[in-house]
Structure formats: C-alpha cells, structure tokens
Design a protein around this ligand. Structure first.
Ligand code: GLV
Ligand code: MG
Length: 310
C-alpha cells in the first residue's frame, strides 16, 4: 500500500477494552481519529477468549465511520498472540485496518506478524497486504532496535511509545506516567526516547504516536504532556478517557493562526516562484523570507490542518 494511504489521521487514538461491550458501543460515537480494541493489558487473562469474540462482532457490526479500526493483540512473549491474530483477522479482517503489536523487541517479531497476516489474507481471500501494523516500543530492547523494527515490513504504519511499560522496564523512579521523575531536574527525561522513536518513524515515512496519560481527570496535565510530543512532531497520542479527546485533537491540530499562516506561505511561494518563471528560489512575505525549506515547513502544518478539516 502507498505511503500516503498508510498515513491515516491519528491525532487521537482511543483505547477501548475488548472485554467491555458498553465501552465499545460508546466509542463508536466519540470524536477519536482512531479506536483500538484492546486484548492486552486492559483485558484480564480469563476475559481474553470472550473478548476476541466481542471484538470480531463489534468490527463486523460497523458504525465506526471514518475511524481507523485497530486491535491490540498480546505481545509475543505470551501464549495468546497467535490466537488473537488468527481469530480476529479471520473473523473480521475485512473490517479492520491495523493490528497493534505491543512490547515489540525485534524486527523478527514484526516479520512474524507480517507473514501471519499474509497467510490469513490468502486463506480468507482478503487483499494481501492491506492490514497494517502498529508497533509499540515499551522496553529498552525495543528502543535500541527501533530502526530495524520500523523497516521490518511495509505494513508498519506507526511506531508508538508505551511510556508505562517503558518506565517499568528501565526502572525509572516515577509512578506518574509522562511526568518527570522526582530528582531529575536537568531536562525532559523522555526527550531521548521520543526523539529516537520519531527519527525511526520519519526515516521510514511512518507516523509517531505518543502513549497514554493515566491521570485521566487532569486534562491540563494531559495537554502539557501531549503538547511536548506534538511540539517535537509526533502525529498523535493515546486517549484513555473521553474527557481527554478534545484536548488531544486540539493539541495535534495546528492553531488556526498557524494554519492560516502556513497556507499564506504556500500561496506566496507559489506566486513568487512561478512569476519568475521558476528562476527565483526565495521570496518575501511581509518581513519574512521564504524559501524551499520554509515551503516544506509550511506544508507540514497545512497538511495537518487540511486533514483536521480546517
Ligand atoms: C502502554 O501500553 C504503555 O505501557 O504505556
Ligand atoms: Mg504497555
């Protein structure tokens, strides 16, 4: 599938436990760009077999509008992964956009999922290669291998930071996901991880997604943490509660004034360069000099705004 088709809107990625029919029904009407039905940590071990069936039925019932429809399976160190993938994709593969693989540690794990999806697509007569992969980086091994993970399959669409598991995996001295660990007062303790993920994603034309903020009643805190990822260039973030949705969509959309300015830069650049018969590389917009690099920066903001319907 072409890169552009893989770049689905993902400002807000709503987590919904696959075991909760009530939450699944509610999620259909919420303004999230993506919904992911969870078979992993939001689903107790004994609830997983029934949750697979609930998820298949929910996808096939439809009603998801333009939302990107994703299922998070269990990670490959468990005994559940293959059944998750086989049951969900055989049962609802035509109504599913991506499988999210948590705690990815190596490129081989992504290759396993790619091959398994191909087998199921062939068996079921689905279009081969249509279902994408979202890879969650949640431990040190995943992070050091993130470049290989990002290029392990053309199905990979996103690299996701899983801060809660990541913090546990590196023994970070904090219990508040996304907030700075007490005692670390020389910068942002997440900067390296976020940048590492962002570089692997961008080098492979993938989207970079930030994980959850668990203090669900603290919308200001959500905005602060989401704002950092958005400022670096991340495309979206997880949402655990409907109360975080508006803040998330706003944070990952450009401000109206920035969007308008970006469109002005593109118009001005187009006008001045075409006026000079393609021989002029830079132009002035008010007091600002614009050139090919500013055109590219403006295009990033304009594309985000256009995708958000601005
Ligand atoms: C998400 O899965 C996380 O561990 O933060
Ligand atoms: Mg996790």
């Amino acid at each position: 599938m072409a890169v552009a088709e893989r770049q689905r809107p993902r400002r807000s990625c709503l987590a919904v436990p696959g075991s909760s029919q009530k939450m699944i029904d509610k999620a259909r009407g919420l303004p999230a760009d993506q919904v992911f039905l969870d078979l992993e940590d939001a689903c107790a071990p004994l609830a997983k077999p029934d949750a697979r069936k609930t998820i298949v039925a929910a996808l096939n019932e439809g009603g998801w509008g333009d939302k990107t429809r994703v299922v998070r399976v269990n990670d490959l160190t468990t005994e559940w992964t293959y059944r998750d993938v086989v049951e969900v994709v055989e049962g609802a593969g035509a109504n599913l956009d991506c499988i999210m693989l948590p705690k990815v540690q190596t490129a081989e794990q992504v290759a396993w999922l790619d091959l398994t999806l191909t087998q199921i697509e062939k068996t079921m007569g689905y279009e081969v290669g249509r279902i994408g992969i979202e890879a969650q980086i949640e431990n040190a091994r995943g992070l050091v291998n993130v470049d290989a993970i990002a290029e392990a399959s053309p199905r990979v669409e996103t690299i996701i930071f899983g801060p809660a598991d990541f913090m546990a995996s590196i023994n970070m001295k904090s219990l508040v996901v996304g907030e700075q660990p007490p005692g670390y007062d020389v910068g942002d303790a997440y900067h390296y991880i976020l940048m590492r993920i962002l570089m692997a994603a961008r080098a492979n034309d993938l989207q970079a997604i930030d994980g959850p903020y668990l203090q669900i009643r603290d919308v200001d805190g959500f905005r602060r943490v989401a704002g950092r990822a958005a400022a670096l260039g991340f495309d979206g973030k997880w949402v655990l509660h409907p109360g975080q949705l508006d803040a998330c969509n706003e944070t990952f959309s450009p401000k109206q004034e920035d969007y308008d300015h970006a469109e002005n830069i593109l118009d001005a650049y187009e006008y001045f360069t075409s006026e000079a018969g393609g021989k002029r590389g830079a132009a002035m917009l008010g007091d600002e000099m614009i050139d090919e690099a500013s055109r590219k920066m403006a295009l990033v903001i304009a594309n985000k705004g256009r995708a958000a319907g601005m």
